[in-house]
Design a protein around this ligand. Structure first.
Ligand code: ADP
Length: 538
């Protein structure tokens, strides 16, 4: 080591909770239980319980590097698990309970989870998948107290524990160990809208750096006085890093459990004086509809983080009227997930209100720590607001390939192909046109399904919309629009088509519009285009 050089300490996830427990001891963690009551704890108390849990994990035989599965909603217990599992050096494999049982079994088997923690509500899932996991799964722990233990038959050789009883049997005497910051801490499988689930293995270093960036002023801008409600589930790319960024800053965490309907979210936002929340656009569409119905406003909410699919411009405008700024972010499991975030630049200040909203509706600009570019056959595309290319990225929290799939490796400084297509504005904002496979190619011209959907959503009678390609003998493909009307509204296909006039070139206007009762959503809240294509493309 060079004399007098800066100290080197590994960037470990445990350092976040240690800091919160010491410097934000009273920082609050509020969790809504299954029976809708609220449980309250502090970062100091949570850290002590995480140490107890660390001892319990060691007693259950968890070893550094071993994968520990979770099937759980957002709660203080899931948060303790994150920190205890990662803090001991094991790997927290969050599994999305909304996936099909086959996919859940595939993930737990591929990850070789030795221990699985599950909410009592997910006991039936555990019962269904456990027989397929006999090779590696030895212990199941249900995240509840003894009276709430479900009746759960497990294959011979697997043991069942009650979480609170398990914790009570261990003490807090545990020191978070130091180890290599390049060790793995989390494993999250992408939700399979794109085929078999693929594992993304997060490192401690990437997770800590991502959380620091998340907290920056031009990203979430978190303060210790903020109260953060992640609606985005902790099984969806670590709830976008909020469970790390909030304690790092000392901001309170408000965790909704399984109560994710608009009424429950609004009451939690208001009742718990939440200032910032994060979730997919579908959530904010639902919350807005409820609020409109009641003619109400938010009590304390100031900002929303949204991504996962495109946030319609019209939705941003509606929230702005309520005094709430929606920050549009783009990324994916493979980028931990934040790659770009939308915040103004000095050039934004010169724009009029409409142009500002146009810019705000883009997917944002690269945050420090990640580089993004669009590529076509000629190389990197110019930042001209026109030239479309395949988006690729690299950086401190970008996967170098998928877990146990060496054929997918891009190495440490290779560009990771995102499967998304976009355009760069002259100011460096990314406008996501589509997922590669969702683009519509009509008569040699590309039509962005996102652009078509954004216009439909701006129609006053439309609640939700999706555009897909349908085969066309003359043009190759043509856009088909499927809309779900707002309650008590009856828009006609003709009125919707007319709404596109002067907003897009004539050839981009959908030929056919289908009025539907609902749209199919995937396990992470995205509209399932694969399903829509099956239903309507013929
Ligand atoms: P998957 O749905 O593939 O399992 P993710 O949940 O990681 O995986 O989602 C990543 C994808 O979600 C991105 O590749 C992109 O297509 C889409 N996405 C994410 N953020 C946005 C956004 N702000 N606007 C449009 N699409 C987005």
């Amino acid at each position: 080591m060079l004399m007098g050089l800066m100290q080197h300490q590994p960037l470990l996830v445990s350092s976040i909770l240690r800091h919160a427990a010491r410097h934000h001891a009273e920082g609050e963690v509020v969790s809504r239980r299954d029976d809708a009551t609220l449980a309250r704890t502090s970062y100091a108390a949570l850290e002590r319980r995480a140490r107890r849990l660390a001892n319990a994990l060691l007693a259950l035989g968890a070893r550094p590097g071993e994968r520990v599965g979770t099937l759980a909603m957002n709660s203080d217990r899931h948060l303790e698990l994150y920190y205890a599992v990662m803090g001991t050096g094991a790997v927290c494999n969050t599994i999305n309970p909304r996936l099909a049982h086959g996919d859940i079994a595939y993930i737990a088997d591929h990850a070789e989870d030795g221990i699985l923690f599950a909410d009592p509500a997910f006991a039936p899932i555990v019962a269904a998948v456990a027989p397929k996991l006999a090779k590696t799964l030895r212990t199941v722990v249900i995240l509840c107290a003894e009276p709430d233990m479900p009746d759960l038959p497990l294959p011979a050789g697997m043991t069942l524990h009650c979480y609170e009883t398990l914790l009570a049997g261990h003490n807090e005497d545990y020191a978070w160990p130091a180890f290599d910051e390049n060790a793995a801490c989390g494993l999250c499988y992408t939700s399979g809208t794109t085929g078999r689930p693929k594992g993304v293995l997060f490192s401690h270093r990437a997770t800590v750096l991502h959380a620091m960036t998340m907290a920056m002023g031009d990203v979430t801008g978190l303060r210790a006085t903020d109260r953060v409600l992640p609606v985005v589930p902790m099984f969806h790319v670590n709830a976008w890093g909020l469970p790390f960024a909030a304690p790092m800053i000392g901001a309170a965490l408000v965790l909704p459990g399984r109560h994710l309907d608009p009424d429950s979210i609004i009451s939690l936002l208001d009742g718990e004086r939440v200032t910032i929340s994060g979730g997919v656009p579908t959530v904010w569409l639902g919350v807005l509809a409820k609020l409109r119905e009641r003619g109400a406003r938010f009590a304390t909410l100031q900002r929303l983080m949204s991504g996962g699919s495109a946030v319609p411009r019209a939705l941003m405008a509606e929230y702005a009227k309520l005094g709430v700024t929606i920050s549009h972010a783009w990324g994916m499991t493979e980028s931990s997930p934040v790659a770009t975030w939308n915040s103004p630049k000095p050039s934004t200040l010169a724009l009029d209100a409409e142009a500002r909203l146009d810019e705000q509706a883009t997917q944002g600009r690269a945050v420090f720590g990640i580089d993004v570019r669009a590529e076509n056959e000629a190389g990197e595309t110019p930042w001209d607001g026109r030239t479309q290319g395949n988006l690729v990225f690299r950086g401190h929290w970008v996967a170098s390939g998928y877990y146990r799939m060496p054929e997918t490796s891009v190495g440490d400084d290779g560009w990771f192909p995102t499967g998304d297509v976009g355009v760069f504005s002259p100011a460096g904002y990314v406008v996501l046109t589509d997922r590669t496979k969702d683009l519509i190619k009509s008569g040699g011209e590309w039509i962005s399904s996102i652009a078509i959907e954004n216009i439909a959503i701006a129609h006053p009678e439309v609640a939700e919309a999706a555009a897909i390609a349908v085969a066309d003998p003359k043009w190759g493909e043509r856009p088909l629009l499927i809309v779900v009307p707002r309650p008590d509204c009856t828009p006609t296909p003709e009125s919707l088509r007319a709404f596109y006039k002067d907003k897009v070139p004539g050839w981009s206007i959908p030929d056919r519009v289908i009025i539907a009762e609902s749209l199919p959503h995937g396990a992470t809240g995205k509209i399932l285009k694969t399903e829509l294509r099956k239903r309507y493309a013929g």
